[in-house]
Design a protein around this ligand. Structure first.
Ligand code: G3I
Length: 382
């Protein structure tokens, strides 16, 4: 085991390098890693790609080991990746990720068992292309969930069992599962997951949960699940943030509302786009696509200092909220490691240059990383 000051020195050097490139951070005398600084509060995680888990991306792996104690696959555990054809499972990428997490002593989240997106067509149709019956779809859900959850029993700490089942207006999303099975598909998914690994934590995960009507819809859904005996462990608030939306006040109200149900809150997919919103629409609905215009892609050659500062302040404000509500929050996970591979470069407009994460395109820590460490050191009791 390395002595503490041996571990700190390389981090301090990284920090100095980052501070020199932007000139906007103060040197902390005690530059710890994020996971060390936040350890009294909550786990700090990152979504990882298959390339990173193949250990091809060594810079990313180094960052993961240094700063994070939780991981979640960005894509390789979705139905399309795990079971592209009926009964044909592809586990190799997911196996590598779980093995890496175990080896590093990290909290591993499975993402995601039931989601309307990234489901291959066969899941909902028979061999003639007709929509399957309710009974068949329930059996397909049972087989998928049981096979996947059993494989990682005792190794995956918790599952995003159902993802994005509620619309922005608080009603249930009119997806194929709802259309064919009815609203009980949500409870069934949780029951199948719980039966396959009774010790695994079970999460409901969604975006835009600061919207009052969506918050109320998720509270109602969680209440129903809890009343029907589902051991729901946490609600995942995705946290795909913009510079204007959501307000910190509304976000806090949702943390309080979910926590009042007796479940934990997790910030599961945090990133903050620095780019202008292309329209009044907000949120992370994957189906949302908007047209490219040059004026909504203003930072292709870098971010002006004042804009970076505004972005950094907003990130710090959110983390200050998370630290304030740390007794209710068990994990904060960034949706990716470095700006270069973030999905936000392509959402909701393809081909923009965004800067939503804590590490830049060269995997250098942004000054924000050290601001976060300082903030944690000043706000948390030690
Ligand atoms: O792997 C293929 C590759 O073989 C192919 O050449 C390439 C061509 O486009 O596509 C690759 O797949 C892409 C995949 O990401 C891996 O990069 C898919 O097209 C692309 O749709 C997929 O996007 C992911 C998206 O979910 C849909 O699954 C994003 O990376 C991922 O960040 C995003 O994550 C979701 C969460 O799961 C749920 N919450 C919202 C969040 C953001 O949409």
């Amino acid at each position: 085991m390395k002595k503490k000051n041996e571990r700190i020195r390389p981090l301090l050097l990284c920090f100095l390098a980052a501070a020199c490139t932007t000139g906007s951070a103060q040197v902390s005398k005690e530059a710890l890693s994020l996971k060390e600084a936040l350890q009294p509060a909550f786990l700090i995680g990152a979504a990882v790609t298959t390339r990173q888990m193949n250990l091809q991306d060594t810079a990313a792996v180094r960052l993961l080991r240094t700063h994070f104690n939780a991981i979640v696959p960005e894509n390789c555990m979705k139905i399309q990746s795990l079971q592209p054809h009926e009964g044909v499972f592809h586990f190799s990428d997911a196996d590598r990720l779980v093995a890496f997490g175990q080896q590093e002593g990290m909290h591993v989240t499975g993402h995601t068992l039931i989601w309307h997106s990234q489901v291959p067509d066969w899941f909902f149709t028979d061999k003639d292309g007709n929509e399957v019956s309710k009974e068949i779809l329930i059996e397909r859900m049972r087989t998928h969930i049981t096979t996947v959850v059993s494989r990682y029993k005792g190794r995956i700490k918790g599952w995003d069992v159902v993802n994005e089942a509620v619309e922005d207006d608080g009603s249930l999303r009119r997806n194929k599962f709802l259309q064919i099975i009815g609203e009980e598909y949500i409870r069934l998914a949780f029951e199948f997951a719980h039966a396959a690994d009774p010790d695994a934590e079970l999460y409901y995960n969604d975006y835009s949960l600061a919207l009052p009507r969506k918050r109320d819809g998720v509270v109602a859904l969680a209440k129903q699940l809890l009343e029907s005996g589902i051991p729901l462990s946490a609600i995942g608030m995705q946290g795909h943030l913009g510079m204007q939306f959501p307000s910190i006040r509304e976000f806090e109200k949702s943390i309080l509302a979910f926590s009042a149900l007796g479940v934990k809150v997790m910030i599961t997919e945090l990133d903050l786009s620095i780019l202008p919103e292309p329209s009044q629409r907000t949120g992370a609905d994957i189906a949302r696509k908007e047209a490219y215009r040059k004026e909504i892609n203003p930072y292709t050659n870098g971010v002006p200092e004042a804009v970076y500062k505004e972005w950094q302040d907003r990130y710090l404000d959110f983390f200050t909220l998370f630290l304030k509500q740390a007794d209710k929050i068990s994990r904060v996970t960034l949706w990716g490691l470095s700006d270069g591979t973030s999905w936000r470069n392509n959402f909701p407009v393809r081909g923009r240059t965004d800067y939503p994460l804590l590490f830049d395109r060269q995997y250098r820590a942004k000054p924000l990383v050290y601001k976060l460490i300082e903030r944690a050191q000043s706000d948390l009791p030690r």
